[in-house]
Design a protein around this ligand. Structure first.
Ligand code: NAD
Ligand code: UD1
Length: 353
């Protein structure tokens, strides 16, 4: 029997790809998700691709909210009563839209921070003290050095970023309160993009995408007329913003590496960037996607988006050292797989396969 993992937010973009990688590695999963920003169809497809039965011991689903202590207590108690307590939790559940967080800060503090606190209290009460947490490169705010090492200052510039920094601090405090007890990985993702190469699982944003990559794929498939490129006067090689795009399957494998590291090593709180270390501009993405898809991507150069940085690129060396993990996939792979997903599912999961 494999280790058993509770995955919060496992139906979402990063969670669904990570669940697939973990199932293929032999882990048994229970996914807790309220489907606020995802579809149960994603998990049906994860089960199909991994060739496991949905609802079997390998993959169980519970609809529920991380803010509800009764739901959490019920899950941990039932797991223990059935002789299959959780060995670890991977905590993806949360909200992630910067602009929404500026309009609704209390919602972000409630779900991202108070929700994490409720989860941690339940874990502690049930002596499950191994956690992989979804943090974000957004905690660095406007970076002072690029590539960005983990030692860079934490200086978020929006409520979403503060919510991630607050949870990281809560984890640091928890770890200090009970030395040699917790096994925690705070993973700071750079820009997750792409899709599973099968074209069956991918990113399915609700409404108009905020982020570059899903916007580009939706232009390519004809759902949007043109891309607006936010700023062409940045101090970069072509004047457009530079980011560190990471294939979601590399990111999923990074979670597996972090989980294995925690389970195999002693208690610790490790903090890692998960990025490629490569800087790619908006126009580099447009050109690579055009080449991979054979589609024209019409775009207009417009003003900068408030809150953007010119360049955000990870120093990925710490993750390589402590997780023995690094990205393997190229920008071409990202575009090929993102296009396969978007072409097969032009309306995302709302259209059946
Ligand atoms: P996502 O929205 O696709 O997935 C989040 C999942 O959490 C969804 O399935 C959603 O329904 C669920 N959820 C939300 N609130 C919940 C609640 N109160 N209770 C239970 N489930 C809830 O987002 P994603 O891109 O997969 O991101 C996963 C995590 O990674 C998030 O914590 C996000 O902040 C973080 N992150 C994402 C990015 C990115 O660019 N996608 C970058 C850095 C960090
Ligand atoms: C954004 C968030 C960040 C969050 C991340 C993942 C902001 C300021 N930052 O990161 O906190 O962690 O998403 O959710 O919102 N671009 C365009 N046209 C578009 C969309 C984007 O030109 O329609 C440009 C942006 O200006 C940027 C690049 O593409 O240069 C990447 O943007 P995006 O995908 O939104 O990611 P980030 O801004 O890095």
């Amino acid at each position: 029997m494999g280790s058993r993992v509770l995955v919060t937010g496992g139906a979402g973009f990063i969670g669904s790809h990570t669940c697939l990688v973990l199932l293929e590695a032999g882990y048994d999963l229970l996914i807790l998700d309220n489907f606020a920003n995802s579809s149960p169809e994603a998990l049906t497809r994860v089960a199909a691709v991994a060739n496991v039965a949905l609802g079997s011991q390998r993959l169980q689903i519970q609809r529920g909210d991380i803010r509800d202590p009764i739901t959490l207590d019920g899950l941990f108690s039932a797991a223990a009563a059935n002789g299959r307590p959780f060995d670890a939790v991977i905590h993806f559940a949360g909200l992630k839209a910067v602009s929404e967080s500026i309009k609704k800060p209390l919602l972000y503090w409630d779900i991202n921070v108070a929700g994490s606190r409720t989860l941690l209290a339940a874990m502690d009460a049930h002596a499950c003290r191994t956690l992989v947490f979804s943090s974000s490169a957004t905690v660095y705010g406007y970076p002072v050095t690029v590539p960005i090492p983990e030692s860079a200052p934490i200086q978020p510039n929006n409520p979403y970023g503060f919510s991630k920094a607050a949870v990281e601090q809560m984890l640091t405090d928890l770890n200090s309160s009970a030395p040699n007890t917790w096994r925690i990985a705070s993973l700071r993702y750079f820009n997750p993009v792409g899709a599973h190469p099968s074209g069956r699982i991918g990113e399915d944003p609700m409404g108009i995408p905020n982020n570059l990559f899903p916007f580009v794929t939706q232009v390519a498939v004809g759902r949007r007329d043109q891309l607006r490129v936010f700023g062409s006067d940045w101090p970069t090689h072509d004047g457009t913003g530079v980011r560190d795009y990471i294939h979601v399957m590399d990111l999923a494998e990074g979670h597996k590496a972090a989980l294995t590291t925690l389970l195999n090593q002693g208690p610790q709180h490790l903090t890692c960037n998960l990025g490629s270390g490569d800087g790619v501009s908006v126009l580099d993405v447009v050109n690579a996607f055009s080449a991979a898809s054979g589609q024209d991507i019409p775009y207009a150069l417009v003003d900068r988006r408030p809150g953007d940085a010119a360049v955000t690129v990870a120093d990925p060396s710490h993750a390589a050292d402590i997780l023995q993990w690094r990205t393997k996939r190229t920008l071409g792979d990202i575009c090929r797989d993102g296009w396969a997903w978007q072409q097969a599912n032009p309306m995302g999961y709302r259209q059946s396969a």
